[in-house]
Design a protein around this ligand. Structure first.
Ligand code: PLP
Length: 476
């Protein structure tokens, strides 16, 4: 052990530390720093100086004589941190996971038409709440409710911020302080803290569970109906399936029971498909028009799952009931914004025009034939030099991809990936995730898979460049 450290020791060590101003001066000519707000550069420099101060004092306390910091090294560190963080936090990346509806990666990509409408409406004043012909106050919902009525067959429609909000609003409007009957097999939790029992409590409705996890019969619902019953609720088990000895009541049977007993029936469809995807090899999934045709009174679904539009919650159903949702003051707090509305209108328009499958990226990715995915994967592989291919151990493999986003949980889509085996998968994964643009891949049995089903055609050259840079980095 050395002698105890003194104030003089500490001061001597700290004298070697460059000041914030000195480092800022050195950063003056730097390209990365010049492109960022000065306040942000100052914070980065302060953080760096504070970290160095800690390092020096820790060294003194431990009895060593810490080396004087090299200002050039500090500047380099600061520039690296600034350029890694970039100017913006929310930024695009390449989804090579093969999961088409990835909640953490922003779910649906918008169609060119939706982007065009969104940017036109965003860059000018609009008729958001003005009836231009009558020159009087209009409703923002008027821009989509005709489309939704025609596409689903429902009497009326309402759109809010997301489907969780749609469910909350519907329960609060129709069943506050009253009972809602739900099957035990449908008390779902989906990602991001959305649990049916919790949302029910928040809405002030009282949950009345019926049946068992695997089997619920119509009689269970019928027996639960009493003077306090306000709603019969069916919830689509979006992200799981109960298999084996099971029984569920269909939407049609429940709607019939509700009609007989004078109680409204609601179905939370979750994903809310407007198209039957069976012709493309998918299993049966209830569509919104089917739920409406089954005479379910209120149907809720998401805008950014299988529908392929912006984040939104859509409610369609009987006019009188939807009207109660519209008049609820809570609706004002959950209301949809104009950018979403513009993108949603364009998305719905594609369904009406019959161009949804080709123009909505979600549907295009889900229904793209394997040979077409294969061609894109081959183009990616050919974009890599033989040296890069060898360094990364890159080759094509046939794999299975998932739909994701709490939709079609049992479906595995055939897909083609570029597999990398040149280094441990974790190492390759981290390097690609922290690149520019970031690439999010999938690890399977110590191979890093770049699944081309979710890589957009325009991204192929970018991805090839990211891989070439990665190979160069690995060579050192
Ligand atoms: C996804 C989902 C929700 C929530 O929808 P968001 O649009 O994410 O708010 C609610 N219910 C079901 C059944 C779902 O699948």
């Amino acid at each position: 052990m050395g002698r105890p450290t003194t104030r003089e020791d500490r001061q001597a060590a700290l004298r070697a530390l460059p000041s914030v101003d000195q480092l800022l001066k050195r950063l003056e000519g730097d390209n990365v720093a010049a492109q960022l707000p000065r306040a942000r550069v100052v914070v980065a420099v302060r953080e760096c100086v504070a970290a160095e101060r800690h390092r020096l004092l820790d060294g003194v306390r431990a009895g060593s004589r810490p080396s004087a910091p090299d200002p050039d090294r500090l500047v380099e560190q600061i520039v690296r941190a600034l350029s890694q963080a970039g100017a913006f936090s929310l930024a695009p990346l390449i989804n090579a996971t093969g999961v088409v509806l990835h909640t953490n990666l922003g779910r649906a990509i918008l169609s060119p038409l939706a982007l065009d409408r969104l940017s036109r409406v965003a860059s000018a004043y609009s008729n958001l709440e003005l009836d231009v012909a009558e020159k009087e106050r209009g409703s923002r919902y008027a821009h989509v409710d005709g489309l939704l009525r025609r596409l689903t067959g429902a009497e009326d429609a309402l759109v809010v911020n997301n489907n969780a909000a749609a469910v909350l609003l519907a329960l609060e409007s129709l069943a506050r302080g009253k009972e809602v009957v739900v099957s035990r097999g449908e008390l779902i939790e989906i990602g991001g803290e959305f649990r049916i029992p919790d949302i029910m409590r928040r809405s002030g409705a009282i949950l009345r569970e019926v049946g068992t996890t695997n089997r619920t019969h119509l009689k269970d619902y019928a027996d639960a109906i009493g003077p306090e019953t306000a709603l019969l609720l069916k919830v689509h088990t979006s992200n799981y399936r109960i298999l084996g000895f099971t029984a569920q009541v269909t939407a049609r049977e429940l709607a019939e029971l509700g009609r007989q007993r004078g109680i409204p029936v609601m179905e939370d469809l979750g994903s809310g498909c407007l198209l039957d995807l069976r012709p493309y090899g998918f299993p049966y999934e209830p569509t919104v028009p089917e739920a409406v045709a089954a005479e379910v009174d209120v149907v809720t679904f998401s805008g950014d799952k299988l529908l392929g539009g912006p984040q939104a919650g859509i409610v369609v159903g009987r006019a009188g009931l939807v009207e109660r949702l519209k008049r609820n003051p809570l609706n004002r707090a959950l209301r949809i914004d104009k950018l979403t509305l513009a993108a949603l209108e364009a998305t719905l328009y594609a369904y009406e025009a019959g161009t949804a499958r080709e123009t909505l990226p979600v549907l295009r990715m889900l229904t793209e034939p394997l040979p077409s995915v294969h061609r894109r994967a081959k183009r990616l592989l050919r974009g890599l030099s033989p040296v890069t291919q060898r360094a990364l151990g890159a080759r094509l493999v046939e794999e299975r991809a998932q739909v994701g986003g709490g939709a079609l949980p049992m479906v595995e889509l055939p897909t083609v990936a570029v597999a990398l085996t040149g280094r441990p998968a974790e190492e390759l994964d981290r390097a690609l995730r922290t690149g520019d643009p970031p690439v999010i891949a999938r690890i399977l049995e110590d191979r890093l898979l770049l699944d081309c089903r979710t890589v957009q055609t325009a991204e192929v050259p970018l991805l090839a460049r990211a891989l070439s840079r990665l190979a160069e980095r690995l060579a050192f």
